[in-house]
Design a protein around this ligand. Sequence first.
Ligand SMILES: [Zn+2]
Length: 82
Amino acid sequence: MNMPLSQQAGYYCDVCDCTLKDSASYLDHINGKWHNRALGMTMRVEKSTVDQVSAGSCLWQHLCSSTSRTAVADAGYAREAR
Ligand SMILES: [Zn+2]
């Protein structure tokens, strides 16, 4: 397996699976034709992924709301008090 590009230094574009050296080239890239074409392509592919993600965040929210807020707050408070 190849080393993922995301592990290289710089700005990583998830959509195109490429890394840009700096913020300027990254901005250039995300405004560029190549990226937007890739973005359009991924949009279609991502449909199932989006469903998965929203299901995941739903579960996450459910977990969050079912977790006692005071317990979380207490834990943070106790850590802070030390
Ligand atoms: Zn891109």
